[in-house]
Design a binder for this molecule. Structure first.
Ligand code: AP5
Length: 221
C-alpha cells in the first residue's frame, strides 16, 4: 500500500499540491485539517473538541488527531493508497502512523517537505481564499479564480478561513513550526525525506514533487 506524507508549514502549499498529486498518482487525499473543518461545520463532538484549538492556531491534541486519522484510514477507499496532508504533525503522531502501517505490513514510502520561509507564509495566508463547498484554495495574487469570488472547480462562493486572521496566523507559525521541524527530522533520520523548494511557482513545485515521488527517480535528502 502506497503511503506518501506531504509536509509543510501552514500556507506552504500542501492543499494546493495535494489536489494535483492525488489525481496524478491515483491516491486518496487524507487531510486532517479538512476532516476537522467538516466536523466543526457539522457541529459534531469532534468538531467541538477541535474548534477552540484551531481558532487559537494551536495543534489539536495528539490523541484526538490519531483517533481521527485511524478512523479515516480504516475506510475501504484508503486501500488505493493515501496522500497524507497535515498529518503527522508531531513526533507522537509520526510514531502512531508507523505503528498503524506496520500492522498492515506497510510503511511510509516518502515524506516530501515543501519548504517556504516564514515571511512568505504570512503573505500566502493573508491572501488566501477557499471555496465554501470543497475548500479548493486560491490566492488573490498568486492563484486568482477565473471569476472573482467564485470557485473555478465547483462554482461555490470563495470565503476566508477563520484561522487566516493575522493574529491567528502568527500563533499558528509560532506554535506549529517547531513541531514541524521535529517531524521533518524524524523522516530525515528514517531515510525517506525529500525536500522541495516551495517558493517557486505552483506548476514548478508540482513538477518537482512528481519527480521526487516517481519510483526510482526521486532522491532522499
Ligand atoms: P490545516 O488545514 O492542515 O492547515 P495548515 O497546515 O495550517 O495548512 P494550510 O491549509 O493553512 O496551508 P496549505 O499548506 O494547505 O497551503 P495552501 O495550499 O492552502 O490545519 C488547520 C488546523 O487544524 C491546524 O492549525 C490545527 O489546529 C488543526 N490540525 C490539522 N491537522 C492536525 C494535526 N495533524 N495535528 C494537530 N492539529 C491539526 O496554500 C496557501 C496559499 O498560498 C493559497 O492561497 C495558495 O493559492 C497559495 N500558494 C500555494 N502554493 C503557492 C506557490 N508555490 N506560490 C505562490 N502561492 C502559492
Amino acid at each position: 500500500m502506497r503511503v506518501i506524507v506531504l509536509l509543510g508549514a501552514p500556507g506552504a502549499g500542501k492543499g494546493t499540491q495535494a489536489e494535483f498529486l492525488t489525481e496524478r498518482l491515483g491516491l486518496v487525499h487524507l487531510a486532517t485539517g479538512d476532516l476537522f473543518r467538516a466536523a466543526v461545520a457539522a457541529g459534531t463532538a469532534l468538531g467541538l473538541a477541535a474548534k477552540e484549538y484551531m481558532e487559537r492556531g494551536e495543534l489539536v491534541p495528539d490523541d484526538v488527531v490519531i483517533g481521527v486519522f485511524k478512523a479515516r484510514f480504516a475506510e475501504p477507499d484508503a486501500e488505493r493508497g493515501v496522500l497524507l496532508d497535515g498529518f503527522p504533525r508531531t513526533r507522537a503522531q509520526a510514531r502512531a502512523l508507523d505503528t498503524a502501517l506496520a500492522g498492515e505490513g506497510s510503511a511510509v514510502e516518502r515524506a516530501v517537505y515543501i519548504e517556504v520561509p516564514a515571511e512568505d507564509l504570512l503573505v500566502r495566508l493573508g491572501g488566501r481564499w477557499i471555496c465554501r463547498a470543497h475548500g479548493h484554495p486560491y490566492h488573490e495574487l498568486y492563484a486568482p479564480p477565473r471569476v472573482p469570488g467564485i470557485c473555478d472547480e465547483d462554482g461555490s462562493e470563495l470565503i476566508q478561513r477563520v484561522d487566516d486572521r493575522p493574529e491567528t496566523v502568527r500563533a499558528r507559525l509560532d506554535v506549529q513550526l517547531p513541531a514541524l521541524a521535529e517531524v521533518v527530522e524524524y523522516y530525515r533520520q528514517a531515510g525517506v525525506l525529500a525536500t522541495i523548494d516551495g517558493t517557486k511557482p505552483i506548476d514548478v513545485v508540482s513538477g518537482e514533487l512528481i519527480a521526487a515521488l516517481e519510483p526510482r527517480r526521486g532522491k532522499a535528502a
